[in-house]
Design a protein around this ligand. Sequence first.
Ligand SMILES: [Zn+2]
Length: 303
Amino acid sequence: MPLYTVEGIVLRTREYGERDRLVTLVDREGTRRTVLAKGVRRPRSSLAAGVQPYTYSRFLLWKGRSLDGVSQVQVLDALTGLRGSLEALAAAAYVAELAEAFTQEGAPSPGVFPVVLQGLRGLAAAPGDGVAHALWLRHAELRLLDLAGLGPQLDACQDCGRPLAPPGGGPAAGRTVPGSAGARSATLPGGASGTGARREEAGTGMEAGRPAGYSAELGGALCQGCLPGRPAALPLDAATWQVLRQARRLTPELAVRLRPGAAVLARAADVVQTHLVYHLGRSFRSPGFLAILDEARSPGAPG
Ligand SMILES: [Zn+2]
Protein backbone atom coordinates (compact mmCIF):
# COMPACT_ATOMS: atom_id res chain seq x y z
CA MET A 1 0.00 0.00 0.00
CA PRO A 2 1.58 3.34 -1.02
CA LEU A 3 2.36 5.71 1.86
CA TYR A 4 2.84 9.45 1.97
CA THR A 5 3.47 12.09 4.64
CA VAL A 6 1.39 15.18 5.37
CA GLU A 7 1.68 17.79 8.10
CA GLY A 8 -1.56 19.36 9.16
CA ILE A 9 -3.99 20.55 11.80
CA VAL A 10 -6.96 18.43 12.80
CA LEU A 11 -10.14 20.47 12.31
CA ARG A 12 -12.64 17.90 13.53
CA THR A 13 -13.29 14.20 13.86
CA ARG A 14 -16.40 12.06 13.75
CA GLU A 15 -17.09 8.51 14.72
CA TYR A 16 -17.00 5.92 11.98
CA GLY A 17 -18.00 2.30 12.44
CA GLU A 18 -17.26 0.61 15.75
CA ARG A 19 -13.69 1.67 16.47
CA ASP A 20 -12.68 4.20 13.86
CA ARG A 21 -12.88 7.93 13.31
CA LEU A 22 -12.95 10.11 10.22
CA VAL A 23 -10.44 12.92 10.68
CA THR A 24 -10.76 16.22 8.81
CA LEU A 25 -7.48 18.11 8.61
CA VAL A 26 -5.99 21.04 6.75
CA ASP A 27 -2.43 20.49 5.53
CA ARG A 28 0.36 23.03 5.07
CA GLU A 29 -0.72 23.78 1.50
CA GLY A 30 -4.22 24.54 2.71
CA THR A 31 -5.66 21.35 1.28
CA ARG A 32 -8.50 19.88 3.30
CA ARG A 33 -8.30 16.10 3.69
CA THR A 34 -10.62 13.59 5.26
CA VAL A 35 -8.79 10.47 6.35
CA LEU A 36 -9.64 7.32 8.28
CA ALA A 37 -8.06 6.66 11.67
CA LYS A 38 -8.61 2.92 12.07
CA GLY A 39 -8.99 1.53 15.56
CA VAL A 40 -8.44 4.93 17.12
CA ARG A 41 -11.28 4.45 19.62
CA ARG A 42 -9.66 1.33 21.07
CA PRO A 43 -7.91 1.88 24.40
CA ARG A 44 -4.21 2.71 23.99
CA SER A 45 -4.45 3.38 20.27
CA SER A 46 -1.16 4.88 19.12
CA LEU A 47 -3.09 7.25 16.83
CA ALA A 48 -5.34 8.82 19.48
CA ALA A 49 -3.17 11.74 20.61
CA GLY A 50 -2.23 12.87 17.10
CA VAL A 51 -5.75 12.99 15.71
CA GLN A 52 -7.34 15.03 18.51
CA PRO A 53 -9.10 18.15 17.24
CA TYR A 54 -6.84 21.26 16.97
CA THR A 55 -3.64 19.19 17.18
CA TYR A 56 -0.84 19.94 14.72
CA SER A 57 0.62 16.60 13.63
CA ARG A 58 2.72 14.83 11.04
CA PHE A 59 0.69 12.04 9.47
CA LEU A 60 1.96 9.00 7.62
CA LEU A 61 -1.01 8.16 5.40
CA TRP A 62 -1.83 5.10 3.34
CA LYS A 63 -3.54 5.50 0.02
CA GLY A 64 -6.90 3.80 -0.14
CA ARG A 65 -9.27 3.27 -3.02
CA SER A 66 -11.88 5.77 -1.88
CA LEU A 67 -10.46 7.01 1.40
CA ASP A 68 -6.90 7.40 2.65
CA GLY A 69 -6.03 6.40 6.20
CA VAL A 70 -3.63 7.14 9.01
CA SER A 71 -0.80 4.65 9.39
CA GLN A 72 1.23 6.59 11.97
CA VAL A 73 0.99 10.02 13.51
CA GLN A 74 3.44 12.21 15.38
CA VAL A 75 2.28 15.23 17.38
CA LEU A 76 4.16 18.41 16.36
CA ASP A 77 2.21 20.81 18.60
CA ALA A 78 -0.52 19.52 20.92
CA LEU A 79 -1.68 23.09 21.63
CA THR A 80 -2.28 21.96 25.19
CA GLY A 81 -3.21 25.50 26.26
CA LEU A 82 -6.56 25.00 24.55
CA ARG A 83 -7.51 21.90 26.51
CA GLY A 84 -8.09 23.33 29.95
CA SER A 85 -10.46 26.13 29.04
CA LEU A 86 -13.97 25.82 27.64
CA GLU A 87 -13.72 29.33 26.17
CA ALA A 88 -10.45 28.53 24.39
CA LEU A 89 -11.88 25.28 23.03
CA ALA A 90 -15.01 27.05 21.79
CA ALA A 91 -12.86 29.70 20.09
CA ALA A 92 -10.69 26.96 18.54
CA ALA A 93 -13.83 25.25 17.26
CA TYR A 94 -14.76 28.47 15.51
CA VAL A 95 -11.30 28.81 13.93
CA ALA A 96 -11.62 25.22 12.71
CA GLU A 97 -15.09 25.93 11.31
CA LEU A 98 -13.71 28.96 9.47
CA ALA A 99 -10.79 26.89 8.16
CA GLU A 100 -13.23 24.37 6.74
CA ALA A 101 -15.27 27.09 5.09
CA PHE A 102 -12.20 28.60 3.40
CA THR A 103 -10.69 25.33 2.12
CA GLN A 104 -11.67 22.63 -0.32
CA GLU A 105 -11.38 18.89 -0.09
CA GLY A 106 -8.35 17.78 -2.11
CA ALA A 107 -7.38 21.22 -3.48
CA PRO A 108 -4.93 23.72 -1.99
CA SER A 109 -5.88 27.11 -0.56
CA PRO A 110 -2.48 28.81 -0.15
CA GLY A 111 -2.01 30.90 2.97
CA VAL A 112 -4.81 29.34 5.02
CA PHE A 113 -2.63 27.00 7.08
CA PRO A 114 -0.43 29.68 8.73
CA VAL A 115 -3.48 31.75 9.63
CA VAL A 116 -5.14 28.75 11.29
CA LEU A 117 -1.99 27.67 13.13
CA GLN A 118 -1.22 31.20 14.32
CA GLY A 119 -4.81 31.68 15.47
CA LEU A 120 -4.88 28.42 17.43
CA ARG A 121 -1.48 29.16 18.96
CA GLY A 122 -2.69 32.62 19.95
CA LEU A 123 -5.71 31.11 21.69
CA ALA A 124 -3.61 28.40 23.35
CA ALA A 125 -1.10 30.95 24.63
CA ALA A 126 -3.82 32.88 26.49
CA PRO A 127 -6.52 30.36 27.41
CA GLY A 128 -8.18 32.64 29.95
CA ASP A 129 -7.84 35.96 28.10
CA GLY A 130 -11.16 36.84 26.46
CA VAL A 131 -9.75 39.99 24.86
CA ALA A 132 -6.90 38.12 23.20
CA HIS A 133 -9.37 35.44 22.06
CA ALA A 134 -11.59 38.04 20.42
CA LEU A 135 -8.60 39.62 18.66
CA TRP A 136 -7.35 36.26 17.36
CA LEU A 137 -10.81 35.36 16.10
CA ARG A 138 -11.09 38.67 14.23
CA HIS A 139 -7.58 38.08 12.87
CA ALA A 140 -8.52 34.64 11.54
CA GLU A 141 -11.77 35.91 10.00
CA LEU A 142 -10.18 38.94 8.35
CA ARG A 143 -7.09 37.14 7.03
CA LEU A 144 -9.10 34.23 5.63
CA LEU A 145 -11.48 36.69 3.96
CA ASP A 146 -8.47 38.61 2.57
CA LEU A 147 -6.96 35.41 1.15
CA ALA A 148 -10.24 34.67 -0.59
CA GLY A 149 -10.31 38.21 -1.99
CA LEU A 150 -13.39 39.02 0.11
CA GLY A 151 -11.93 41.06 2.97
CA PRO A 152 -13.75 44.18 4.15
CA GLN A 153 -12.27 47.42 2.80
CA LEU A 154 -11.36 49.65 5.72
CA ASP A 155 -8.82 52.13 4.34
CA ALA A 156 -11.24 54.22 2.31
CA CYS A 157 -14.94 55.08 2.36
CA GLN A 158 -16.62 52.58 0.06
CA ASP A 159 -19.18 55.16 -1.02
CA CYS A 160 -17.27 58.39 -1.83
CA GLY A 161 -13.80 56.80 -2.01
CA ARG A 162 -11.96 59.17 0.30
CA PRO A 163 -9.27 57.79 2.59
CA LEU A 164 -10.26 57.22 6.21
CA ALA A 165 -8.37 58.33 9.31
CA PRO A 166 -9.35 58.41 12.99
CA PRO A 167 -10.35 61.82 14.40
CA GLY A 168 -7.30 63.89 15.27
CA GLY A 169 -4.99 61.63 13.28
CA GLY A 170 -3.47 62.06 9.86
CA PRO A 171 -4.08 59.52 7.09
CA ALA A 172 -1.31 57.33 8.55
CA ALA A 173 -2.64 57.36 12.11
CA GLY A 174 -4.06 53.89 11.68
CA ARG A 175 -0.57 52.49 11.35
CA THR A 176 0.02 51.92 15.04
CA VAL A 177 1.52 48.49 14.49
CA PRO A 178 5.26 48.70 15.04
CA GLY A 179 7.75 47.96 12.29
CA SER A 180 8.11 44.21 12.16
CA ALA A 181 4.41 43.38 12.07
CA GLY A 182 3.65 46.06 9.50
CA ALA A 183 6.53 44.99 7.31
CA ARG A 184 5.50 41.36 7.47
CA SER A 185 1.88 42.10 6.76
CA ALA A 186 2.94 44.12 3.72
CA THR A 187 4.57 41.03 2.23
CA LEU A 188 1.57 38.77 2.72
CA PRO A 189 -0.18 37.88 -0.51
CA GLY A 190 -3.48 39.70 -0.78
CA GLY A 191 -2.44 42.24 1.85
CA ALA A 192 -5.17 44.37 3.26
CA SER A 193 -6.95 44.80 -0.03
CA GLY A 194 -9.35 42.16 -1.16
CA THR A 195 -10.97 42.89 -4.46
CA GLY A 196 -8.39 45.53 -5.29
CA ALA A 197 -8.65 48.22 -7.96
CA ARG A 198 -9.83 50.80 -5.45
CA ARG A 199 -8.11 54.16 -5.27
CA GLU A 200 -7.43 54.63 -1.61
CA GLU A 201 -3.79 55.71 -1.55
CA ALA A 202 -2.85 58.85 0.36
CA GLY A 203 -1.80 60.40 -2.92
CA THR A 204 -5.35 60.86 -4.13
CA GLY A 205 -5.35 64.43 -2.84
CA MET A 206 -8.70 63.86 -1.11
CA GLU A 207 -9.21 65.03 2.44
CA ALA A 208 -9.43 62.12 4.86
CA GLY A 209 -12.86 61.21 6.22
CA ARG A 210 -13.68 59.84 9.64
CA PRO A 211 -14.72 56.17 9.82
CA ALA A 212 -18.38 56.09 10.88
CA GLY A 213 -20.13 53.10 9.42
CA TYR A 214 -19.88 49.74 7.70
CA SER A 215 -21.91 48.65 4.72
CA ALA A 216 -22.13 44.92 3.96
CA GLU A 217 -23.46 45.70 0.52
CA LEU A 218 -20.51 47.97 -0.34
CA GLY A 219 -18.09 45.62 1.43
CA GLY A 220 -16.44 48.01 3.85
CA ALA A 221 -16.26 51.22 5.81
CA LEU A 222 -18.16 54.46 5.28
CA CYS A 223 -17.18 58.00 6.22
CA GLN A 224 -19.32 60.25 8.42
CA GLY A 225 -20.59 62.07 5.35
CA CYS A 226 -21.86 58.95 3.59
CA LEU A 227 -23.29 57.07 6.57
CA PRO A 228 -26.65 58.95 6.67
CA GLY A 229 -27.29 57.93 3.05
CA ARG A 230 -26.95 54.24 3.89
CA PRO A 231 -29.73 53.31 6.33
CA ALA A 232 -28.79 49.62 6.30
CA ALA A 233 -25.21 50.34 7.45
CA LEU A 234 -23.90 49.32 10.86
CA PRO A 235 -22.20 51.86 13.11
CA LEU A 236 -18.42 51.63 12.93
CA ASP A 237 -16.86 54.19 15.26
CA ALA A 238 -13.19 55.10 15.05
CA ALA A 239 -12.15 52.87 17.99
CA THR A 240 -13.80 49.80 16.48
CA TRP A 241 -12.40 50.62 13.04
CA GLN A 242 -8.93 50.85 14.60
CA VAL A 243 -9.31 47.49 16.37
CA LEU A 244 -10.28 45.80 13.11
CA ARG A 245 -7.21 47.22 11.39
CA GLN A 246 -4.99 46.07 14.26
CA ALA A 247 -6.62 42.63 14.38
CA ARG A 248 -5.84 42.18 10.70
CA ARG A 249 -2.11 42.55 11.46
CA LEU A 250 -2.20 40.88 14.87
CA THR A 251 0.96 39.44 16.42
CA PRO A 252 1.32 37.57 19.73
CA GLU A 253 2.80 40.75 21.27
CA LEU A 254 -0.09 42.93 20.10
CA ALA A 255 -2.67 40.41 21.30
CA VAL A 256 -1.33 40.84 24.82
CA ARG A 257 -0.85 44.61 24.61
CA LEU A 258 -4.09 45.79 22.95
CA ARG A 259 -6.89 46.14 25.50
CA PRO A 260 -10.01 47.44 23.74
CA GLY A 261 -13.20 47.62 25.79
CA ALA A 262 -15.97 45.02 25.68
CA ALA A 263 -18.32 47.25 23.66
CA VAL A 264 -15.68 47.90 21.00
CA LEU A 265 -14.88 44.19 20.75
CA ALA A 266 -18.57 43.34 20.46
CA ARG A 267 -19.05 45.86 17.63
CA ALA A 268 -15.93 44.57 15.85
CA ALA A 269 -17.30 41.02 16.10
CA ASP A 270 -20.68 42.20 14.75
CA VAL A 271 -19.17 43.94 11.74
CA VAL A 272 -16.99 40.99 10.70
CA GLN A 273 -19.77 38.47 11.34
CA THR A 274 -22.15 40.54 9.18
CA HIS A 275 -19.49 40.71 6.47
CA LEU A 276 -18.91 36.94 6.60
CA VAL A 277 -22.59 36.09 6.39
CA TYR A 278 -23.21 38.59 3.58
CA HIS A 279 -20.22 37.63 1.44
CA LEU A 280 -20.11 33.89 2.11
CA GLY A 281 -23.85 33.43 2.12
CA ARG A 282 -23.72 31.24 5.19
CA SER A 283 -23.52 31.58 8.95
CA PHE A 284 -21.36 29.76 11.45
CA ARG A 285 -22.46 27.72 14.43
CA SER A 286 -19.64 28.52 16.81
CA PRO A 287 -20.15 32.31 17.31
CA GLY A 288 -23.53 31.62 18.92
CA PHE A 289 -21.93 29.28 21.40
CA LEU A 290 -19.16 31.81 22.09
CA ALA A 291 -21.77 34.49 22.81
CA ILE A 292 -23.51 32.20 25.32
CA LEU A 293 -20.18 31.58 27.08
CA ASP A 294 -19.49 35.33 27.10
CA GLU A 295 -22.82 36.06 28.75
CA ALA A 296 -22.32 33.33 31.31
CA ARG A 297 -18.95 34.78 32.19
CA SER A 298 -20.05 38.39 32.64
CA PRO A 299 -23.79 38.61 33.39
CA GLY A 300 -25.22 42.06 32.87
CA ALA A 301 -22.03 43.46 31.36
CA PRO A 302 -22.69 46.57 29.28
CA GLY A 303 -22.73 45.78 25.59
ZN1 LIG B 1 -17.77 58.68 2.12
